[in-house]
Design a protein around this ligand. Structure first.
Ligand SMILES: [Mg+2]
Length: 183
């Protein structure tokens, strides 16, 4: 892991946040019923965090090796601009997302939890493992969140980025103002 001040500088530069889905936006559980219908559980706090990221001027994306309509729906709900699914080769997919977002990989933060995320860790400006990530991924990460996937890890990292950029207070103020009760 980089030193504390080097790490802070890298958080400060971030313009684009890319999240793996299973194990990062969820706890990794995939609910399947007898008819093959799938369900996932997301964190409402992460959802609000993704809105705050937008207020703070960050672009956001989901990147998944699996494919599910649920992920598209969740991205829409959270105002996440870019979604890439069914990508077993996550390194090139990550590169493509950065091209679409028109930002360099060096100002992009990637959140992952499992081995398929390691090729992205080599490219991302900041490689972040969630608390429930496998040991190999934690070891390769620049930073490990306190919260686990599906339990606020995404929210935690968004707050960390916005605080590093000095915009957390302003973002909260704007958000609360826009959501204040209007008579
Ligand atoms: Mg995963």
């Amino acid at each position: 892991m980089p030193g504390k001040s080097a790490l802070a500088a890298r958080f400060k530069r971030i313009q684009f946040l890319v999240c793996d889905v299973d194990g990062v936006l969820t706890d990794g559980g995939i609910w399947l019923d007898n008819l093959g219908h799938e369900a996932k559980v997301f964190s409402a706090q992460d959802g609000l965090g993704l809105s705050l990221a937008r207020y703070g001027g960050l672009q956001t994306a989901f990147l998944s090796a699996r494919e599910s309509k649920i992920v598209t729906q969740r991205a829409q709900e959270c105002g996440v601009q870019l979604v890439m699914q069914g990508k077993k080769q996550k390194g090139p997919a990550f590169h493509e997302l950065c091209l679409q977002a028109k930002v360099s990989e060096s100002v992009t933060l990637y959140l992952g939890d499992d081995l398929m995320d390691l090729p992205v860790f080599e490219r991302a400006g900041l490689a972040v493992a969630v608390a429930n990530a496998v040991p190999e991924v934690k070891q390769a990460a620049d930073y490990v969140t306190r919260a686990a996937g599906g339990q606020g890890a995404v929210r935690e990292i968004i707050e960390r980025v916005l605080r590093a950029q000095g915009s957390w207070g302003k973002v909260l103020g704007q958000f609360l103002k826009n959501h204040a009760a209007k008579n």
